[in-house]
Structures are given as C-alpha cells and as structure tokens.
Write a protein that binds this ligand. Structure first.
Ligand code: PBE
Length: 301
C-alpha cells in the first residue's frame, strides 16, 4: 500500500471511530472501575446562579480541593437539571447534581445525598416565614396565623407531587385543606376574619415554595383576606420584604442557603418562625453509583 493510501485509510477509520466513541461516551453507563471525573467531564450539573445551593456547591469545589482536578459547576435551571437527571437515570449513566429536600426529585428518582463531612452546606436547614417589620402592628391577625403555620416535608409533598404531575397549585392546595381539617383548624385558631383586607406574599418559584405559598393563600382567603402571591428571584424576594413592598414570605431557607440575604437585610425583616424543619441542600448522585458516597469521593474515586 502506498503511503498516501495508508494515510487515507487511517483517516477514514478515524472518521468512523471518533464519532462512534463520542457517541458511546455520552450514553455509557456508569463504570465504577474507572475514575468518575473523566466519565462526566468533571462537571456538576447545577441550577440557576441566584440559588443559595450554587454558592454552597462553589464552596464545596474549593473546600474539597475539587478545583485542582478541574471540577466545575454548570449553571442551568431546576427544569434543565431534572431533565438531565431523568435521562442519566434512564441509561444508568453517571451524574452529580445539586440536590435538595423537600423536592420531588428524591421521590421520583433513586438518588442519594453525598456526605459533607466539612459541612459546607451547613448542619441543619429549615424553611422560615419572614415578614416586613411593620406587619405585626398593621395586621396582627395575619401575623398570628403566620406564627401558627408550620408543617413537614411529607405533608408538603402531597401538594408538590400533584403540581409536578400537572395539577394547578391552587387546586392542589384546596384539596390539601379539604383533607386536613384538624390541622387547618389549628393553623387558623383565633385568627380574625379579613373582610377583604389585602395581604401580599412574595416567593421564589421553587417547587417547595409554590406548594407552601399557594396553601397559605388559600388558607387566608378562607378567612376573607384578599391575598396576592408574586414569584420573583431570591434576592428580589428578600428586598421586597426589607423595603415593605411585600408583607411576608414563607420561603426563606435558613441559616445557610439564603444566609447571605438574611445578613444583607439584617434588621429589615422579622424572622417569624421555621415553618418546615429538616430541609437539606447538597450534592447528590444516583444510588447505582455505589462507590461514591461522600463529596471527597469525587476526587479519590
Ligand atoms: N433551593 C430550593 C433554593 C432554596 C430552595 C435549594 C433551590 C436555593 O438553593 O436557594
């Protein structure tokens, strides 16, 4: 074979193999015998840049020395991340995501949190109710209700899963109220009727907050209040409470996730109470990645 022919043949083979190999690496199942990093291009699949969990993931990159291995955090959105996760699970592919609870991803997919021995994502996280400074004086009845409103992740999931399945949040919230009369009675105990008085809630359109904010709206409307709920970015949500543009929010993840906003607006909001205990943020992987159990495993395995 002439040199030229051999070169052409080699070129031809390369043309065939390269796309095949590329194709394979994008659909290959997780291989525990190989290093994880190269299997996913050292990429953690994240969500929107404004989310507190993204700050946590960025801190994890340095705290666990992941940067020297070229690990990076990819910004996207909750919807894009969960759809990437959906595909990975389907083909048993490796993936590392920013995960949190309460969220339906932990119900729908077999995933696990990675241990965080350095507590980069904090030790205990709760979802708090916050109000503008003057609300207690201006609207004591709504304030009283907010001091009484709290539930747990299992209860929240009853609304969240229905909304994820396509039901309107207001309808899912109404159904919850119907199904839990004793709890509703406690929440509204001693709360005076609103007679059309306006109340404005702001929230971030995370699935958990869509559930809680819609529930609170329905509860207060059943007492005769005129409730508006407005979704916005996390920082704007905090600013709306701090500047009295909104009355209250049930979507403050503290002390870690939204800690920077709580610090920024210190003294300009009232931290009423935790309305849900045991929230959690971190990095998560599918359970079939059996040898990856801690964030430090991302470097070592
Ligand atoms: N989250 C959901 C938010 C709080 C609620 C984890 C995406 C965040 O990271 O800011």
């Amino acid at each position: 074979m002439s040199k030229l022919k051999r070169l052409l043949l080699l070129g031809f083979i390369a043309l065939l193999i390269v796309p095949l190999a590329a194709c394979q690496s994008s659909t290959a199942a997780y291989n525990p015998k190989q290093k994880l990093g190269p299997q996913i291009n050292y990429t953690i699949t994240g969500i929107d840049a404004g989310a507190g969990i993204m700050g946590g993931a960025q801190s994890a990159l340095s705290a666990y020395h992941l940067q020297k291995d070229n690990w990076q955090l990819q910004t996207s959105s909750t919807a894009a991340m969960t759809s990437t996760l959906d595909k990975a699970i389907k083909y048993k592919q490796p993936i590392v995501i920013t995960g949190w609870q309460p969220h339906w991803m932990f119900t729908k997919y077999p995933i696990k949190f990675l241990k965080d021995p350095k507590h980069v994502f904090g030790k205990a996280e709760n979802i708090h109710t916050i109000t503008r400074v003057g609300l207690k004086k201006d609207n004591p009845a709504v304030y009283k209700f907010l001091t009484q409103f709290h539930w747990n992740a299992t209860q929240m999931s009853q609304i969240m899963l229905k909304v994820n399945a396509g039901e309107a949040p207001s309808k899912a919230a109404k159904a919850y109220i119907q199904a839990h009369p004793a709890q509703v009675k406690q929440w509204l105990s001693g709360v005076k009727a609103g007679h059309g008085k306006a109340v404005k809630f702001t929230y971030v359109a995370w699935d958990s907050e869509i559930a809680s904010t819609n529930l609170v709206k329905q509860l207060l409307e059943s007492k005769g209040y005129k409730v508006t709920i407005q979704p916005m970015e996390a920082e704007t949500m905090w600013a709306s409470i701090a500047t009295n543009a909104a009355d209250a929010s049930v979507s403050a993840w503290l002390p870690t996730t939204s800690g920077r906003y709580a610090k920024q607006y210190k003294g300009q909001f009232v931290d009423v109470r935790a309305n849900l205990h045991g929230a959690k943020t971190g990095l998560a992987v599918p359970k079939y990645m059996k040898n990856i159990n801690s964030i430090s495993d991302l470097v070592n395995k």
